[in-house]
Design a protein around this ligand. Structure first.
Ligand SMILES: Cc1ncc(C[n+]2csc(CCOP(=O)(O)OP(=O)(O)O)c2C)c(N)n1
Ligand SMILES: C=C(O[C@H]1C=C[C@H](C(=O)CCC(=O)O)[C@@H](C(=O)O)[C@@H]1O)C(=O)O
Ligand SMILES: [Mg+2]
Length: 572
């Protein structure tokens, strides 16, 4: 091994060893020359599982899906140039959805920067403020000082990535040819690594008095659990709500609508009863306690916006600012569990929470009466009632996540719901779901036709690694969500600019990627296809034909019926 090769190998092996010694054990690599030493050393590492994905945009969303499911950082490696730029959408999603990612971009050495060299772009701070930290690594050098630097940079970036809020960090690696490392010998010295530990924010003892006062003086509180609850915070918040006698309005992505934490007091039909305008003055809360990001439901956000004079406690585990309504009055940076442990008090009455439970149950009864007609809503309801225990459901943005919000009712079956709600993109959804499927025994993807089209080539990694994923494509031939928005009135331009029908049928895509395929037009077809998919390994695509206009009518009929029946009956 010559001196250059020795330097290159020792330096990068130390960096990688530091990450693996701190528990990083998966990497997604896209092919390139400049990234060769990183790719070879990661693949050679005995304790790091590597995937290869040709398309960097898909690779980054795939890594995002793995990291989202594991709640641990995943390494991304690509070569220089637009390869690194293709990571951008997933890096943005990781930033705003608080998912830890370690982005390693290979780069040209300094003498080849800004001089017209091939495949050399400006990669310094390439992702701007969308990463928590970025570093342009030193060129590989020998000597203990430099190896210590490589290890320190690795553990520093890892620490930033797993600090609350979790997020992506960027390591840019200028590398000089020749790029082949020497893989002989024992390269990874487990145990010499530094260690990084992240704790949980608690409340300082002297910070609780005013919160104590706000909480204990009020007995008509509501709790809102948004996306991004910590798994071990769910039980604490469920117990806190029941003890306080406060209803919990649980967004589907809080994962409080399903599980063994107990569904008593979980309110899951608020999007419908708020849309139907059924909340009377006597249901006005005197306190709002909000955990995590803002919920999907726009009617809920508008409801909160209207509660201008009500104290609103916003609890997040890190310093992210989660207050799009601007109505927050107290911001608490603490783990959900510490907040609940500190402020749980037994309520003396339950009539307040009973009012919310009654309205919720009545709304769901009324919804059952009108949801009978086959369409997107019924399909979502069938799916979520049929899939096996412990299933993970990845839901695309646009109407799929809103239909899950409307029709996924609380249960004790431990169905987990996931989505890319950091930036609400319809890109990379297939790849993210496939990344999640590597961590779950039973994974489903509910996606619209435009979003499926947008990331169809993400299916390749599913075929390549024999991943198990059932994709339900709700094909309403365009962007269904726009039919619910004011744009729907722009008749002359609507289909061209917003409906954007593609007239695609996805059986050919299924064949290209070796997926099982079924085309579904009725409820019995759908149930049959789900049963068949449950017993089949690999990629399954169930294409459900739907009608955008009919779906709007179904939803409108339901809202009008609920409103009439509740307004017409006693005010809840
Ligand atoms: C990358 C990206 N491009 C565009 C949008 C804007 N957008 C939001 S929803 C939507 C239509 C989605 O259509 P589809 O996936 O078929 O879902 P549907 O509403 O029909 O259920 C679009 C274009 C976006 N959110 N992300
Ligand atoms: C399509 C885009 O985003 C819009 C999608 C839905 C939002 C909405 O109002 C849905 C209705 C509801 O949930 O009740 C709309 C909004 O928040 O106002 C979003 O802008 C887009 O491309 O921006
Ligand atoms: Mg659609």
């Amino acid at each position: 091994m010559n001196e250059h090769q020795q330097r290159l190998t020792d330096y990068l092996a130390a960096f990688i060893d530091e990450l693996s010694s701190n528990g990083v054990d998966e990497a997604v690599i896209s092919p390139g020359s400049r990234s060769t030493p990183l790719a070879l050393l990661l693949t050679h590492h005995p304790r790091i599982k590597t995937y290869v994905n040709v398309d960097e945009r898909s690779a980054a969303f795939f890594a995002l899906g793995i990291a989202k499911a594991k709640r641990k950082p995943v390494i991304l490696v690509c070569t220089s140039g637009t390869a690194a730029a293709n990571y951008y959408p997933a890096v943005i999603e990781a930033r705003y959805a608080k998912v830890p990612l370690l982005v390693l971009t290979a780069d040209r050495p300094h003498e080849l920067r800004e001089v017209g060299a091939p495949q050399a772009i400006d990669q310094l701070d390439l992702y701007g403020r969308h990463v928590k930290w970025a570093v342009d690594m030193a060129l590989p050098e020998s000597g203990q000082e430099v190896l210590r630097y490589a290890r320190s940079a690795a553990v520093r970036g890892l620490g930033m990535s797993i600090g609350e809020p979790h997020g992506p960090v960027h390591f840019n690696f200028p590398l000089r040819e020749p790029l082949i490392p020497d893989l002989r010998g024992d390269l990874f010295e487990e145990g010499t690594a530094k260690r990084v530990y992240q704790g949980e924010r608690t409340l300082a003892l002297d910070q609780g008095e005013e919160l104590e006062k706000v909480l204990n003086e009020r007995n008509r509180g509501i709790i809102i659990c948004g996306p991004g609850m910590s798994p071990d915070g769910i039980q604490a918040v469920a117990d806190f709500g029941r003890a306080k006698g406060f209803p919990i309005l649980a967004d589907p992505l809080s994962n409080m609508r399903s599980g063994k934490h107990g569904t008593d007091g979980i309110i899951d039909a608020y999007d419908t009863f708020l849309k139907a305008g059924t909340i009377g003055e006597h249901m006005k809360p005197d306190l709002i306690i909000r955990f995590g990001a803002m919920a999907v439901s726009k009617p809920l956000m508008l409801f909160l916006k209207g509660l201008e004079d009500v104290p609103q406690l916003v609890i997040t585990r890190g310093e992210e600012w989660q207050d799009p309504t601007g109505r927050g009055t107290h911001y608490v940076y603490a783990h959900e569990r510490h907040f609940c442990d500190r402020f749980t008090r037994e309520a003396k009455q339950r009539d307040w929470i009973e009012k919310w439970i009654r309205l919720n149950e009545k709304t769901k009864d009324l919804m059952q009466e009108v949801i009978g007609e086959w369409g997107e809503g019924k399909a979502v309801k069938c799916l979520l009632e049929t899939i096996p225990e412990q299933s993970s459901v990845f839901v695309s943005n646009s109407m799929p996540i809103r239909d899950v919000d409307t029709f996924f009712f609380s249960n004790d079956r431990s169905i987990s719901i996931h989505a890319n709600r950091g930036a609400n993109g319809i890109d990379g959804v297939v790849s993210t779901a496939l990344g999640m499927s590597t961590q779950s025994p039973s994974t489903y993807l509910l996606i619209g036709d435009l979003a499926f089209f947008h990331d169809m080539n993400g299916l390749l990694v599913g075929r390549k690694y024999g991943l198990d994923l059932t994709v339900i494509v709700m094909n309403n031939n365009g962007g269904g969500i726009f039919s619910y928005l004011p744009q729907a009135k722009e008749g002359a331009y609507f289909e061209e600019l917003f409906g954007t029908p593609m007239d695609l049928e996805f059986s050919h895509a299924a064949a290209m990627y070796g997926a099982d395929y079924s085309l579904v037009k009725t409820e019995s077809d759908f149930l049959q296809a789900l049963r068949q998919a449950e017993g089949t390994k690999g990629l399954k695509i169930i294409e459900v034909l739907a009608d955008r206009q009919k779906n709007v009518e179904n939803h409108r009929k339901m809202w009008e019926f609920v409103s009439r029946e509740i307004h017409g009956g006693e005010r809840s």
